[in-house]
Design a protein around this ligand. Structure first.
Ligand code: NAP
Length: 305
């Protein structure tokens, strides 16, 4: 039971879901203080110090991040301020209060050239400014030495927010042809699965235990496979839900290579993360990515359709 939890980034995908899931688990905490970017700007170190020392939480959960992966290549200072420096300041301020910290990181800390699944102890070698800034954030937290959990996740999406699911649904309503990258593999991970797992882990988190954990939905696919699954599952639900039909059908979703779709930031080809450590240390279960996708589609707001 926590007296006061400070949650950042509540307008982001994971922050939004954490706020929603926490509202169903009142027994875990006395008060949940939810802050958006206007209330706590993580690029302002003094603001972080002031806010944390005013609120005096006994747990900080930080899903806020600079997540514009391609833009980070041209504004590395801002990406580092939010993803690398801010987590360290949050950790230092939490440590002064004897508080704990939960933070989120990414598959982009890896180079993506491993055959098979990454485990947490594998060598990191980020390919992008974003990945480097997130890795520096992990290191900043670890160097403070307070009790902390860092969850590395991947391919985050949900009914709420700007993400691959909502982009594919928008494009598939506008166009009859889609071209999607088919040579990057990973696990699409729903923001609900992340939030639900974090709340369950929190309930079991004992003493001073700290660590890095992979947290992704089970199974894996490519972006192309994910797009096909989105169109298939949407089409299955469409009649029952009375949703707008899609123009693009599965056979019109063309597989392309990463080289066909160049982006400023280099992405890992293999983003598969092994969650065995999380499943060993905590009594939780993580749904398959396709099951999680169906649940997110069921939760689509009507305005989306
Ligand atoms: N999205 C992915 O595919 C993915 C993959 C792997 C790991 N992750 C990690 O998972 C975590 C959650 O990601 P997400 O998908 O929920 O991200 P998101 O939807 O992009 O949300 C990020 C949030 O951070 C906030 N933010 C940005 N700059 C800020 C600042 N200077 N001060 C305070 N808040 C600021 C944003 O505020 P505004 O709403 O005002 O813009 C937004 O609410 C992050 O640590 C991310 O690095 C994400």
């Amino acid at each position: 039971m926590y007296n006061k939890i400070l949650l950042t980034g509540i307008n982001g995908q994971v922050g939004h879901e954490l706020q929603r899931v926490f509202s169903e688990h009142h027994a875990l905490f006395g008060e949940l203080v939810c802050l958006d970017r206007n209330q706590l700007d993580l690029s302002d170190q003094q603001a972080i110090r002031d806010v944390v020392q005013t609120i005096k939480p006994d747990l900080i959960i930080n899903p806020a991040a600079y997540t514009a992966v391609d833009n980070a290549e041209t504004e590395p200072e801002l990406a580092y301020a939010i993803n690398a420096v801010a987590p360290g300041v949050l950790a230092a301020e939490a440590a002064k209060l004897g508080a704990r910290l939960i933070h989120f990181s990414t598959d982009y800390v890896y180079a993506g050239n491993k055959v098979g699944l990454y485990v947490e102890d594998d060598a990191t070698a980020p390919l992008s400014v974003y990945g480097k800034s997130k890795l520096a954030g992990e290191e900043a937290i670890r160097s403070v030495g307070l009790p902390h959990l860092i969850f590395r996740t991947s391919w985050v999406y949900g009914a709420y927010g700007k993400n691959f699911l909502n982009t594919i649904l928008r494009l598939a309503k506008e166009r009859d042809q889609l071209r999607i990258v088919a040579d990057q593999v990973g696990a699409p991970t729903s923001s609900y699965s992340i939030a639900d797992t974090v709340v369950n882990v929190l309930d079991q988190w004992q003493g001073d235990a700290s660590g890095i954990y992979h947290l992704v939905n089970a199974g894996y696919t490519t972006w192309h496979g994910f797009a096909i699954a989105i169109v298939e599952e949407y089409s299955r639900l469409e009649a029952v839900k009375g949703w707008q039909p899609l123009k693009a059908q599965v056979e019109n979703i063309q597989a392309i290579t990463t080289a066909d779709y160049p982006t400023p930031a280099v992405r890992p080809a293999n983003s598969r993360l092994d969650c065995s450590r999380l499943l060993r240390d905590f009594s939780i279960s993580i749904p398959d990515w396709r099951e999680a996708l169906i649940a997110e589609l069921q939760a689509l707001p009507l305005a989306n359709n």
